[in-house]
Design a protein around this ligand. Structure first.
Ligand code: LMR
Length: 399
C-alpha cells in the first residue's frame, strides 16, 4: 500500500522551529515563524487571556459537550462585528453568517471548499503570498494563479501590475486579499489603492476573499486594520473573510478562528451558513470550545475588550520599535543597500530583500533561521539579539 509514497518535503515555515530548537548555538536567532515573542524572546500569554481562562476553568456551569457545527454563536457574532464593524450594513441588515473554524487556516480551507462546491473558478493569490494559500486552494480542488504584488526594484507594491492582472483575469475569478500586514511582504495598499482594487474587482465581477490573520497587530488599531474589508462591504460586495486569533490574542495552539460571509440578503446568509455547516461537519464535525470561549469572553466584555486593546498595542508597538532599531543599526553599520523598507513595512514581517543564498549563509554560519524568501518575523528580534542579527546581515551582504 505504501511502497509508492515518497517522503514529503518539510514545511518551509514550521520546520524552521524544529531546526532552530535542535541548534545548541548560544546566540541562535529564530525569525522564521510568525509568532509573537516578548523582549526576552519568550512567547507571551496575554494577561487578558489568563484572566478569561481562569474564569472559564472555574465556571461550574460549563461542560465538555459538543459545540454546534457552526460553533459558539456568541463568538462568531462577536467576530463578525470585530471585522465588519458594529454598524456595518451587513451587520445591521443581518446579511452575514459566521462559522467557527480551526483558526485562520481552517477558515481559508472552509471558504475554499465552499467556493469549490458553489462557485468553481480560478483563485488568484498575491505573488508572493503565505505559502499555505497555494496548498489550501489546490487541495480544495481549485486552480490557483498569482497576481503581481511585490516589486523588488522599489521594494514595495507592484500596484499597476496588480490592477492590470485583476482587469485581465477571466470574469468571475476569486481574488485572495490580505487586508492588513501582508504576509510575507509587510506591504499594504493605501486607502486610495484599495478603492482602485475594489473598482477593478467589481469591474471584473470577481469575488473577494479576505484572509485577515493580523487584525490589530499591524497598526495596533483594530478598526484601522479592518478598513479594507469594511470598505468592500460598504461598496456592496458579497465576500468571505477568514479571521485568526492566533496572533492578535496569542492563541496559537487553541486554533481559534472564524469564517464570515457577507451576502446580499439575510435569507442567503442562512443558506450559506447551512452549506458551510455541511462542509464543516464532514471535515471537523464541530469546532473546539476552549479558545472560542476565551475570545468570546474578551470580545463581549467591555472591560476585558479594553484591556485586550492595550495588550495588542504593546505587541504592535514593540514590533514597530524593533523595525526602527534594526534600520538604525544597519544604517550605523553602513550595510550596503537601502533599508528604509524595514520601517515602511507593517505587521509581523519584514521582506528583507535577502536572497536564498544569503539566507543559507545566515543559517549555516550565523545560526539565524528565516524563510528562504528573505522574510523575517520582527517578533523574533529584541534588544538582546538585534545587534547580532544586524551584524550577521551586514556580513552576508558584504560577501
Ligand atoms: C507564518 O506565516 O509564519 C504564520 O502564519 C504561521 C504559519 O502557520 O505559517
Amino acid at each position: 500500500v505504501f511502497h509508492n509514497v515518497p517522503l514529503a518535503p518539510p514545511d518551509a515555515i514550521l520546520n524552521l522551529n524544529t531546526l532552530s530548537k535542535a541548534d545548541p548555538y548560544p546566540t541562535k536567532i529564530n525569525v522564521g515563524v510568525g509568532a509573537y515573542r516578548d523582549e526576552d524572546g519568550k512567547p507571551w500569554v496575554l494577561p487578558v487571556v489568563k484572566k478569561a481562562e481562569s474564569v472559564i476553568v472555574n465556571d461550574a456551569s460549563l461542560d465538555h459537550e459538543y459545540l454546534p457545527i457552526d460553533g459558539l454563536r456568541k463568538f462568531t457574532d462577536a467576530s463578525a462585528k470585530l471585522i465588519l464593524g458594529k454598524t456595518s450594513p451587513a451587520i445591521v441588515e443581518n446579511r452575514f453568517a459566521g462559522i467557527q473554524t480551526i483558526s485562520g487556516s481552517g477558515a481559508v480551507r472552509l471558504g475554499a471548499d465552499f467556493l469549490n462546491r458553489f462557485r468553481k473558478a480560478t483563485v488568484y493569490v498575491s505573488n508572493p503570498t503565505w505559502g499555505n494559500h497555494h496548498d489550501i486552494f489546490r487541495d480544495a480542488g481549485l486552480p490557483v494563479q498569482t497576481y503581481p504584488y511585490w516589486d523588488p526594484d522599489v521594494r514595495g507594491l507592484a500596484f499597476q501590475a496588480m490592477i492590470d492582472e485583476i482587469q485581465e483575469a477571466p470574469k468571475g475569478s476569486i481574488f485572495v486579499l490580505h487586508p492588513c500586514a501582508h504576509n510575507p511582504t509587510g506591504v499594504d495598499p493605501t486607502a486610495d489603492q484599495w478603492r482602485q482594487i475594489a473598482d477593478a474587482i467589481r469591474h471584473g465581477e470577481h469575488f473577494p476573499f479576505f484572509d485577515c490573520a493580523y487584525q490589530g497587530f499591524a497598526s495596533g488599531d483594530l478598526d484601522r486594520d479592518a478598513a479594507a474589508v469594511r470598505y468592500f462591504v460598504e461598496q456592496g460586495f458579497e465576500l468571505l473573510v477568514a479571521q485568526s486569533y492566533s496572533k492578535n490574542m496569542g492563541l496559537y495552539g487553541e486554533r481559534t478562528g472564524c469564517l464570515t460571509v457577507v451576502t446580499k440578503t439575510p435569507e442567503l446568509a442562512l443558506n450559506v451558513r447551512s452549506q458551510m455547516c455541511k462542509l464543516s461537519r464532514a471535515s471537523i464535525s464541530n469546532p473546539p470550545a476552549f479558545g472560542a470561549r476565551i475570545v468570546s469572553m474578551v470580545l463581549n466584555d467591555e472591560q476585558l475588550f479594553t484591556e485586550w486593546k492595550g495588550q495588542l498595542k504593546v505587541m504592535a508597538d514593540r514590533i514597530i520599535h524593533m523595525r526602527e532599531v534594526l534600520f538604525e543599526t544597519l544604517t550605523e553599520l553602513k550595510t550596503p543597500g537601502t533599508w528604509n523598507h524595514i520601517v515602511d513595512q507593517i505587521g509581523m514581517f519584514t521582506f528583507t530583500g535577502l536572497n536564498a543564498a544569503q539566507v543559507k549563509v545566515l543559517r549555516d554560519k550565523h545560526h539565524i533561521y528565516m524563510t528562504d524568501n528573505g522574510r523575517i518575523s520582527m517578533a523574533g528580534l529584541n534588544s538582546g539579539n538585534i545587534r547580532i542579527f544586524a551584524e550577521a546581515v551586514d556580513d552576508v551582504v558584504r560577501h
